[in-house]
Design a binder for this molecule. Structure first.
Ligand code: ACO
Length: 426
């Protein structure tokens, strides 16, 4: 394999180094292109552009592979817990038992949030979307808990704080939105059980922790824990590249994740299925609308920028969905609709030709419904799961001695030099 590719331009040539990743992925290094040639590259949506080198997550869209630090997501979903997976992503390796114990103690110690933060929630408009709230609250954490960035141990304190408090903040927002008393975290509960308890325990109806749901939540969050340079992670890296504090960078990731083309799709899937259920229209209408180019509608929970054969997370999520509903004897008509819709789409020529398969969001909403999570909090659930990945990616940049501020260029297509016209003469 040649270590260079040669670019021919304007009668000249330039040798560009080829970089080969540990899984054999090839990239042309153009970091000196403009300096040497005056050219830039244009790649809307960055479909062909590597923004960094990274040792965190590997995915192969053609083969449906997803691995965190080399470990297949299937194995993590089966054997690991969310906190262990978070440790793996952030620290680069699986923890020893004593390290995992210590991590759990730290998460527990950091789980309370400043009481004054409750006032923010009280004064937020009641109908505010929980993602907007979460993004604001994470930014606000910076003022309550200034980050410490100088030595490794201090970074770990900030990171643990954020991982622990995001779960408390999310549950708190739900309780306050319902006008209910906030439930505090408990030291005797695991990360996932604690979250469910803070969401659903009540003085009049103590919450019975259901281990099947705790397991399902571990799987849900493990599947969402990282996904290399997706939209929200790139937002975290780009905002972080200005050397802004970690909280602000994560808040930017939350804002990006909110969009229906990204994390917001899990909410959109359930809304789409519920609407069609209420209207009584056939599911085939959704498929027809998705194919109609004059209609902006897309089949939510279908398609992916990288996965072109299947999304490995969707397979695990579908199985988890069946397991949870069966074990808890829950009948959800939306599951039958989802299965039927998947079958219709997968045999449709348009979906076959466009390589459109269910993504992780297609079945995840049904699992979240089984837990009792309200639809407008689905994307918050995604955000809690993605946090370890965002932190790991932010940290990778922060530890990189060659780190530069992210500053893409553009091809300008506006008017050429135009003289200013005084207002009377316009
Ligand atoms: N329904 C119908 N058509 C679709 C869909 C869909 N869900 N997704 C893509 N297409 C079509 C597009 O119309 C386009 O068709 P054309 O080439 O004939 O014009 C073609 O497939 C390629 O689509 P792009 O938008 O160029 O693909 P891109 O990689 O930019 O987008 C995305 C990927 C955003 C996920 C897209 O598939 C989509 O909008 N899906 C629905 C929303 C969704 O489920 N998002 C969650 C993604 S996973 C995640 O973030 C966790």
């Amino acid at each position: 394999m040649s270590e260079f590719v040669t670019l021919h331009y304007e009668g000249k040539e330039l040798k560009l180094p080829v970089l080969i990743g540990s899984e054999g992925e090839r990239a042309i290094d153009i970091s000196h292109l403009r300096q040497e040639t005056g050219f830039i590259t244009l790649d809307p949506g960055f479909a062909n552009t590597g923004s960094c080198t990274s040792s965190i997550t590997f995915m192969n869209g053609e083969k449906g592979i997803l691995r965190y630090r080399g470990i297949p997501v299937e194995e993590l979903a089966e054997h690991s817990s969310f906190t262990e997976t978070a440790y793996l992503l952030i620290n680069g390796r699986l923890p020893l038992q004593k390290e995992l114990n210590r991590f759990s103690v730290l998460l527990n110690d950091a789980s309370l949030v400043h009481e004054d933060m409750q006032l923010f929630y009280q004064n937020y408009p009641r109908g505010a979307h929980p993602m907007g709230l979460l993004s604001s609250m994470v930014t606000a954490l910076r003022s309550f808990y200034p980050e410490l960035q100088t030595i490794e141990e201090e970074i770990n304190v900030t990171v643990t704080r954020l991982l622990s408090k995001i779960r408390t903040l999310a549950a708190m927002s739900y309780k306050i939105s319902r006008g209910h008393k906030v439930v505090y975290p408990r030291a005797d509960l695991s990360y996932c059980a604690n979250f469910l308890n803070m969401m659903f325990d009540s003085p009049v109806k103590p919450y019975q922790i259901e281990e099947n749901l705790v397991d399902a939540l571990n799987v849900f969050w493990i599947l969402h824990a990282d996904h290399e340079q997706n939209c929200s992670t790139s937002a975290v890296r780009i905002v972080g590249s200005a050397r802004v504090n970690l909280y602000a960078a994560i808040a930017a990731g939350i804002a990006a994740l909110w969009g229906p083309l990204h994390g917001g799709a899990n909410q959109a899937v359930i809304e789409m299925l519920s609407q069609i259920q209420q209207s009584g229209e056939p599911l085939s209408k959704l498929v027809e609308r998705a194919k109609d180019k004059s209609d902006p509608f897309r089949l939510m929970g279908f398609g992916h920028r990288v996965y072109k054969t299947f999304d490995p997370r969707a397979l695990i999520m579908k199985k988890t969905c069946y397991d949870v509903l069966e074990k808890l004897k829950i009948v959800d008509p939306l599951l039958d609709m989802a299965i039927e819709l998947e079958e219709l789409a997968l045999k449709d020529d348009y979906f076959i030709e466009h390589n459109l398969y269910p993504n992780v969001d297609f079945y995840s909403g049904i699992v979240l419904r089984a837990m009792g999570i309200p639809t407008n909090m689905f994307t918050v659930m995604f955000a809690i799961g993605r946090l370890p990945g965002w932190i790991a990616q932010w940290k990778e940049d922060a530890d990189n001695p060659n780190w530069r501020i992210a500053r893409p260029r553009q091809v300008y297509t506006g008017p050429v030099r135009t003289a200013y016209a005084p207002i009377r003469e316009r």
